[in-house]
Write a protein that binds this ligand. Structure first.
Ligand code: NAP
Ligand code: MG
Length: 506
């Protein structure tokens, strides 16, 4: 239970904030443009909150169109004329690696900031968000020296008449717009490959979680990146985000967020036909067969949905269980859900924090009400937790059917719909019955069945006997309305490169 004291006090009075975090919270939070920290042209700021208490953590400069214009100018200058444009790939790689080292040196502090701003347990940020961000930058540092073209034989000309080859060039000035669920990690996924390929960047963090991106700006400066290579502009989607998506001098926009906003980005990007990559929503099926090792499948299915409070684009939010073991698995997942300790992120015993915002709390609560009103049965959870902050109990629905809202729409919270199925032949079309195609899980000891089913699922990632496993080397992204392009792996480099064919008559 939430303690009596917690319901009255702020986290900073209950838990010790690290000295650098205390200092950071006191400092003015400005925009990072052209290597300098500046106020917004409008002079406006906006508050960012601690979702465990609803209290204001800090006021942050609010970027708008004029600030985006300034940042794009700085990024253009850095791309065309600055030292970045002349830097060797090896030196570019060293800078990215240096940034990874600096993040590692600030790991505790960044985990605390991430926990305060987003609500996630600091312990989780320390073992997931931070190490994955560091490794992503290191992986991408290596790619800086490995971006190569091809020599290409002509099919219609004699070999001795032409020589032709391709060069891979950075796409230019890139706009990047990211969500709040893994604030630092989403920044890393975006910045890493753009830096490795030699692009320059205007990054907008989510309004709910701007703090770790600002800390990252400090580290980018400290690492020695030339001015204007990375510009960081906290602000709102409808203003700063829209200005990035429609800007006439941005060559490419990379977006992570909802499918709904992804469609707005595509329309705005048509202004100058800038290239677009999108990582969008999901409603991922997690499929448990009766021959699975249930001692791993049950906690696996619970963590597939409850990790990061269900605020994962790839959350296993549709749990399909083979009929024979349905009751056993649902009961097991429900036991797991009841064991999860909710609390403020800085409490070392906390396993699940609050949702990120009042808005997200309202949204998830309304989905739970809708599930109940459409006839779904709440097996466990279904309510608010505590009296303040945006806590929601881990929630399991059964008795749901395929045309219900909670089965079809992305909830982005700790709510899973459990549904029985008869056998392997039936499950692929059911699992694919969604507008999304981001991820899927399969739990079985029959590896042939797992491979066959994996090939039938329309999803960018299929996890077998595991879930939510990420690696900087493994491409991640969506089929269908879950997105365009891939993050991570060498596949992501395509998002940031142009191909130039050079053709020589000899
Ligand atoms: P969102 O509302 O789409 O916001 C994402 C980002 O877009 C934020 O920075 C937001 O700014 C900005 N934005 C909003 N409206 C905009 C507009 N008109 N023009 C330009 N930018 C705009 O999504 P969210 O609620 O923050 O995040 C949850 C969603 O992200 C879920 O659907 C989830 O599945 C998806 N997601 C996908 C992945 C993936 O890799 N596929 C990863 C994480 C999350 P403000 O916040 O300042 O308004
Ligand atoms: Mg916040």
């Amino acid at each position: 239970m939430l303690t009596e004291t917690f319901s009255e006090k702020s986290q900073s009075t209950l838990y010790t904030l690290l000295p650098k975090v205390q200092n950071f919270l006191k400092m003015p939070k400005k925009l990072f443009i052209g290597g300098k920290w500046v106020d917004a042209v409008s002079g406006k700021t906006f508050p960012t909150y601690d979702p465990a208490t609803g209290e204001i953590l800090a006021h942050v400069a609010e970027a708008d169109k004029e600030d985006v214009d300034k940042a794009v100018k700085a990024a253009r200058e850095a791309f065309e004329k600055g030292p970045w444009a002349k830097m060797t790939p090896s030196d570019r790689g060293k800078l990215i690696w240096k940034l990874a080292d600096l993040i590692e040196e600030n790991l505790e502090e960044l985990a605390q900031i991430e926990s305060l701003d987003n609500g996630k347990p600091m312990a989780v940020a320390k073992v997931a968000d931070l190490p994955l961000s560091i490794d992503l930058f290191r992986y991408m540092a290596g790619w800086a020296t490995k971006i190569e073209g091809n020599t290409i034989p002509f099919s219609l000309a004699k070999p001795e008449t032409f020589v032709s080859y391709t060069i891979r060039e950075p796409i230019g000035v890139v706009g990047q717009i990211i969500p709040w669920n893994f604030p630092l990690l989403m920044a890393a996924w975006k910045l890493g490959p753009a830096l490795a390929t030699g692009c320059t960047i205007v990054l907008k963090p989510a309004e709910q979680t701007p703090l770790s991106a600002l800390w990252l700006g400090e580290l980018i400066q400290q690492a020695g990146f030339p001015d204007g290579v990375v510009n960081i502009l906290p602000g709102f989607g409808e203003t700063a985000g829209a200005a990035i998506a429609s800007h006439m001098d941005i060559d490419k926009v990379a977006f992570t967020g909802s499918t709904e906003v992804g469609k707005i980005i595509v329309k705005a990007a048509a202004s100058n036909l800038k290239k677009v990559s999108l990582e969008l929503g999901g409603k991922s099926p997690n499929i448990v067969f009766s021959d699975a090792d249930l001692s791993t499948a049950i906690p696996g299915a619970a963590s597939a949905i409850f990790f990061n409070h269900g605020q994962c684009c790839c959350a296993g939010s549709r749990l399909y269980v083979e009929k024979k073991v349905f009751d056993k698995v649902v009961e097991g997942v429900s036991e797991e859900a009841k064991k999860i300790r909710l609390g403020p992120g800085l409490d070392p015993a906390t396993q699940m924090g609050p949702l990120v915002s009042q808005e997200q709390f309202d949204r998830v609560s309304s989905y739970i009400r809708s599930g109940i009103s459409e006839g779904g049965r709440v097996i466990t959870g279904g309510n608010r937790y505590g009296e303040r902050g945006y806590f929601i109990q881990p929630t399991i629905f059964s008795g749901v059917h395929s045309d219900m809202k909670i089965v079809n729409e992305e909830i982005f919270g700790p709510v899973v719909c459990a549904m029985p199925f008869e056998g392997v032949d039936e499950i692929a079309p059911v699992a694919n019955q969604t507008i999304y195609g981001l991820a899927a899980g399969i739990w079985t000891n029959d590896i042939s069945k797992a491979h066959r089913l994996a090939s039938k699922l329309k999803a960018g990632t299929v996890w077998i006997n595991c879930y939510n496993v990420f690696d900087a080397a493994l491409p991640f992204g969506g089929y269908k309305q879950s997105g365009w392009g891939r993050e991570m792996g060498h596949a992501v480099l395509e998002n940031y490169l142009e191909t130039k064919s050079v053709c020589i008559q000899i």
